[in-house]
Design a protein around this ligand. Structure first.
Ligand code: WQD
Length: 340
């Protein structure tokens, strides 16, 4: 069993909290640092209920250099999984400076003090948005990173470049995990995707509309060059994403040195459209969702899904919960972009 200490920044958030559960289950000692700008401290208790272990929690703004320094001094972690960042594509188009400041300053503070404390193992939360609109699908880690379609995607590209240059100095070993679209919740339903305020992502908007917490929602565009006109994404279950983080951290601890920064796609390898996701949700839950079609959302790419063979081979990780298998059985005439 590991007894290694890992600082999970943004760890009370959607992916961070699910990853904290998997880390604890693998014997890691988890410290959660979060500014609670898009999550709730109650999540810590939920993690305790699920695992029987209450992770240390620090309410902190990682853009505050002195507080970040004190955090590393207090806990002396041996590794970091850095989730803390703003992550909504649409919101970043409206507030670019807020995204650049928050996502980049916090990252550089965390890097600085990880280096200072010789905390060499660093997993970075990246995103398929670094690929922009790929020319070739499925998109692999060797696919060119294209012009980001949003300031959010650009902060992820810049963050990867910062980390890559730091790795060249030998100061850190870094694995960057490029998520596609994480959705779902832990089986206990004690943790899930429950952002503060108005969600920006499809699934929390859809689920909150379904339970009457908010009214009708929009499908942003049905005039894309896709079979049903709506955008295609690779929706991956959040627990699969969480398990991949543990595999990445295990790899960093096992490898004395990794010559350069490693990148892995975390997806299922299958693209599903917005309308398919809606129809799937309606069929599973035997209900009709209240939505209408609106114009395209600035910053959206038309279609993207992952080639996951590198993560399958090198991390020994594969997504287990594949929506398309469900859609092929239950979907209403679903056209699946099964890429293999
Ligand atoms: C998905 C699709 C929208 C809301 C996300 C994360 C980002 C990154 C990539 C991890 C799009 C459509 C949405 C709505 C809609 N993941 N939509 N109506 O933009 O792909 O980015 O995955 O890092 O962090 O934000 O996700 O859920 O916002 O949109 O029609 O009310 O759903 O147009 O086609 P996106 P999303």
């Amino acid at each position: 069993m590991n007894s290694k200490k890992v600082l999970v920044t943004g760890g009370s958030g959607f992916i961070g909290s699910h990853t904290a559960v998997e880390l604890i289950n693998k014997g890691y000692e988890v410290i959660i640092a979060d500014d609670l700008s898009n999550s709730r401290q109650e999540v810590i208790e939920a993690i305790y209920k699920i695992t029987g272990v209450r992770p240390a929690f620090e309410h902190i703004d990682l853009c505050d250099r002195e507080k970040t320094k004190a955090l590393f001094k207090k806990y002396n972690p041996e590794s970091v999984i850095h989730f803390a960042a703003k992550k909504m594509v649409g919101e970043s188009v409206e507030n670019p400076l807020d995204y650049y400041r928050t996502n980049l300053v916090s990252l550089m503070n965390v890097i600085d003090f990880a280096i200072e404390k010789d905390c060499k193992n660093f997993v970075f939360s990246s995103s398929c948005t670094v690929y922009g609109q790929p020319d070739v699908l499925p998109v692999s880690e060797n696919s060119p990173r294209k012009e980001a379609e949003s300031p959010y995607g650009n902060t992820k590209k810049i963050s990867e470049d910062i980390l890559s240059d730091v790795v060249k100095t030998g100061a850190l070993k870094v694995i960057s995990l490029r998520y596609f679209n994480p959705v779902g919740a832990h089986d206990s339903a004690l943790i899930g995707e429950y952002p503060l305020g108005v969600p920006g992502n499809l699934m929390p908007i859809l689920t909150q509309s379904a339970i009457g917490k908010r009214g009708a929602f929009y499908v942003f565009g049905n005039d894309y060059n896709t079979p049903d006109g709506s955008c295609i994404r690779d929706y991956i279950h959040v627990v699969d994403v969480a398990v991949a983080h543990v595999a990445a951290l295990d790899r960093l601890f096992q490898k004395e040195q990794i010559a350069s920064m490693e990148f892995f796609n975390l997806g299922t390898g299958v693209g599903v459209s917005v309308l398919e996701m809606i129809h799937c949700f309606e069929k599973v839950n035997k209900l009709k969702l209240n939505y209408s079609v609106a114009p395209r959302r600035p910053g959206d790419v038309e279609k993207v899904w992952a080639d996951t063979s590198f993560a399958n081979r090198v991390l020994g990780w594969k997504a287990e919960k594949i929506l398309s298998k469900w859609l092929q059985v239950h979907g209403p005439g679903s056209k699946i972009w099964q890429v293999k």
